[in-house]
Design a binder for this molecule. Structure first.
Ligand SMILES: NC(=O)c1ccc[n+]([C@@H]2O[C@H](COP(=O)([O-])OP(=O)(O)OC[C@H]3O[C@@H](n4cnc5c(N)ncnc54)[C@H](OP(=O)(O)O)[C@@H]3O)[C@@H](O)[C@H]2O)c1
Length: 391
């Protein structure tokens, strides 16, 4: 038996070409939709011919292997697992997952491949997550499946910087900062100015991005001024459950008429150690829809790092969307706790008003220009970047 994590000595030119094709499927996807999961592509084969193609397109969605099995007709809609006889070989850019846990959104791919009767799996790279590394391959080999691995994993990992970064920070969620700004970089108009900055198409996408998140956070200023509902209302049917809504401060003064109370779903209020929840919040705690955690003071307001560790450990939050305001964004950026930023830019100029990030010290945030994902949404342009370094 080949040892865990070792690569096959050399792959045939056919295998290399198949891996390249599987990678082309992965590259059609967007890290903004999959992170902190990797972008993965797969091909399903029968008797040496490609009969199905697939990719992992969004967090919580089908894994690439499942998508390829369904494309091959091996996994009917009404069946909980694939049928045997349709596929005998799977080519996949990343090691198939094997872990089962309650917080996981999909069944392990190793089980699906075994149910489908796959006899050989060709893998581009081993999963760098120490919780998985090589386990999926071992599980397949133990059941008699032949496993071959590329000796050059780099091409399959290079497009997965967001995933690799999340693996380096397993003690906290992957953090995405989002704002909508005018052409002169303002996220709020002077008093009495317009409320909305971005257009309807941008706002629709934001609901989709919220639905992909395990939690959505805003600061006290945004809660008080914008009075958001903060739930996910995507037009498609992707939103099986609502993200946890997290409020940084604000729980000591929030009143019962706040819009957040009009929407069902768990709300988490982050208060300072000395603060007491308001009466409205006490009522929500009694009904089980509101929960309070207390954190100590950090470098800038409440201790964000401690909060993030708590979100990951106690609330299984792997992807966090931070929706402002500028003081909150500034804290996350100053403390080096941001993995990516998402900016909706509207064709407006406010002149006065608030800039997107309030940082009270000289901090430069460098974004990875090669990671940019751009879209035009109605009259707005949208850009997403992964963060490279923070100085
Ligand atoms: N265009 C957009 O995308 C967008 C998005 C969101 C908001 N906004 C606008 O932004 C404005 C509100 O932003 P804001 O900067 O005033 O408020 P904010 O960032 O929403 O909230 C900041 C407040 O949260 C509390 N807080 C506790 N711990 C903190 C920490 N570690 N870091 C940061 N804040 C912490 C502090 O309140 P205490 O000092 O009282 O403790 C702080 O003043 C509104 O005008 C809103 O319309 C625009």
């Amino acid at each position: 038996m080949e040892r865990q994590g070792t690569s096959s000595d050399s792959l045939s030119s056919r295998d290399l070409a198949l891996l390249e094709k599987a990678n082309a499927e992965a590259l059609k996807t967007s890290w903004l939709m999959t992170a902190p999961n990797p972008r993965v592509g797969a091909l399903a084969l029968k008797n040496g011919h490609v009969v199905g193609r697939g990719a992992h397109e969004f967090l919580g969605g089908m894994h690439a292997e499942e998508s390829a099995l369904r494309d091959a007709g091996a996994w009917p809609r009404d069946s909980s697992k694939p049928l045997g006889g349709y596929v005998d070989e799977m080519v996949v850019t990343l090691e198939p997952c094997s872990a089962e846990s309650e917080s996981k959104r999909r069944a392990p791919c190793v089980k699906a491949l075994l149910a489908a009767g796959v006899q050989r799996v060709l893998v581009g790279a081993i999963d760098v997550n120490p919780q998985h590394r090589g386990r999926g391959l071992d599980a397949l080999r133990e059941r008699g499946v032949k496993v071959d691995i590329s000796s050059e994993p780099l091409p399959f990992l290079v497009s997965n910087a967001a995933f690799s970064r999340s693996v380096d920070n397993l003690d906290r969620p992957w953090v995405l900062l989002k704002w909508a700004a005018t052409l002169d970089g303002k996220v709020a108009a002077p008093i009495g100015g317009p409320k909305w900055i971005s257009g309807e198409e941008s706002r629709k996408e934001v609901h989709r991005i919220r639905a992909l998140s395990d939690a959505v956070l805003v600061g006290k200023g945004t809660l008080e001024i914008d009075n958001p509902q903060l739930d996910a209302r995507p037009s498609g049917g992707m939103c099986e459950s609502q993200p946890l809504r997290v409020f940084l401060g604000g729980g000591a003064s929030v009143g019962s008429s706040a819009a957040v109370f009009s929407r069902p779903g768990l709300r988490l209020w982050v208060l300072g150690a000395e603060e007491s929840p308001s009466d409205a919040l006490e009522a929500g705690m009694d009904s089980g829809e509101d929960c309070v955690i207390k954190v100590e003071k950090g470098h800038h307001g409440l201790d964000i790092r401690a909060l993030l560790e708590c979100l990951r450990k106690d609330f299984s939050v792997k992807r966090l969307l931070v929706e402002g305001g500028p003081t909150t964004h500034g804290t996350f950026l100053s403390e080096g706790l941001v993995d990516a930023v998402l900016l909706y830019r509207a064709p407006k100029v406010f002149g006065g008003g608030l800039a997107a990030c309030q940082m009270d010290e000289l901090s430069a945030v460098e974004l990875d220009a090669s990671s940019v994902e751009r879209r035009i949404l109605g009259e707005d342009s949208r850009e997403a970047f992964q963060v490279r370094t923070i100085n």
